[in-house]
Design a protein around this ligand. Structure first.
Ligand code: M6R
Length: 360
């Protein structure tokens, strides 16, 4: 049941501290280390998934390339045919699927295995089809997700994939022992920080949802590791609130998308990567100059510098970018949820969508 919540989506958003705690408890670190080594030694690493799971895959891609220095490439599983000639023995495919049943991801898994790649499945459903057809399995322990919109399965995927990437980086030499321990310690704190985030952002998010509820478009912009989180925020907004939302690298906004921005156009920024603060601030100013309604999701340590440049700020607890991906997902989920409810839609049953897509 919904345990007193009006919708499964809200219940599942609030369940994330528990889902993260149980995912962490269920992780066999020796096994994750073994997989990290296999990834570091692979000829090439492919990552495949659809929808929300693809956004988790993009985070893994970002970390394997930039942290571990590996030749990794993420793609939408429906586009697997492009890579057929490239796949060889010695390659690894990481197939991410909450349900373990998504047909496109299953097809990619089969084709890659036939061509000699090893497949690691990351799923929330033990013994579902994709894990059964794979060489290695890692499971999130989020519990069943009833809402069509993926929420707790996404943040638990991020937890597992970040731990995996840190292990790969340790084996590749991209990361030292000390830095590795810091990442792992932070991940362990995810349940508590997510709990704090849910409590802290609720009122602010409701207020902003009230503004978004009467809009037809929104942009979600970021730089660096925050980009897949912005993409996921835009997907949530589209699928449950039916507000047309698009995500771009903030630097790309000047190359076309900004043409659409006028008075009160909503632009959500996720501020995640410390490296990109100055150019990101520039992008916010460009939007402000056109009268945009800008919303900044930022960790408290950046409040002094960036707190005043946005129309609205959603402050989250401080953490490194590895954990901020998880933390910043929370206000974005809640923003989509509350906007949907204010617009009179049932977020548990988005039109035209099925929980599991079994047709190509
Ligand atoms: O079960 P999967 O993770 O393979 O599902 C993939 C997508 O269909 C899924 O993530 C979808 O995008 C979400 N339900 C959207 O919230």
């Amino acid at each position: 049941g919904k345990e007193g919540y009006p919708h499964f989506m809200l219940k599942e958003i609030h369940e994330q501290p528990r889902a993260l705690r149980e995912t962490w408890a269920g992780l066999d670190m020796d096994y994750v280390s073994k997989l990290g080594k296999a990834i570091a030694e692979a000829r090439r690493v492919f990552i495949t998934a659809s929808g929300t799971s693809y956004h988790a895959g993009l985070i893994l891609d970002y970390l394997l390339v930039s942290l571990a220095g590996l030749d990794a490439h993420a793609f939408n599983s429906s586009e697997y045919r492009k890579y057929i000639k490239l796949v060889k023995e010695g390659d690894i495919l990481i197939a991410i699927s909450q349900s373990g049943e998504t047909i496109d991801t299953l097809m990619a898994t089969r084709v890659f295995r036939e061509r000699g790649a090893k497949v690691l499945a990351v799923s929330n459903v033990v013994d579902s089809t994709i894990p059964r057809e794979s060489d290695y399995q890692l499971y999130t322990n989020a519990g069943p997700e009833i809402g069509v919109a993926a929420t707790k399965t996404f943040t638990t995927q991020l937890m597992i994939l970040t731990a995996l990437a840190a292990n790969a980086a340790l084996h590749s030499g991209g990361m030292g022992k000390e830095a590795y321990s810091l990442v792992l310690n932070e991940l362990e704190q995810a349940p508590d920080l997510v709990n704090t985030t849910i409590i802290n952002v609720e009122a602010r998010v409701r207020h902003i949802a009230g503004k978004l509820a009467v809009k037809t478009n929104a942009y979600y912009l970021s730089r660096g590791i925050g980009l897949p989180i912005a993409m996921e925020g835009a997907l949530k907004m589209k699928e449950v609130a039916y507000v047309h939302a698009e995500a771009y690298p903030a630097g790309e906004s000047k190359h076309g998308p900004i043409a659409l921005v006028n008075q009160e156009f909503p632009v959500v920024f996720t501020v995640t990567d410390d490296d990109y603060l100055d150019p990101l601030e520039g992008n916010v100013m460009e939007m402000t100059a056109r009268g945009a309604y800008t919303i900044g999701i930022l960790p408290s340590r950046h409040y002094a510098k960036l707190g005043k440049v946005f129309t609205e700020v959603i402050q989250t607890p401080d953490a490194s970018p590895y954990l901020l991906t998880i933390i910043q997902s929370i206000p974005l989920q809640l923003l989509a949820y509350h906007t949907a409810v204010l617009r009179g839609y049932d977020p548990d049953k988005p039109r035209n969508l099925a929980k599991t897509v079994t047709v190509e």
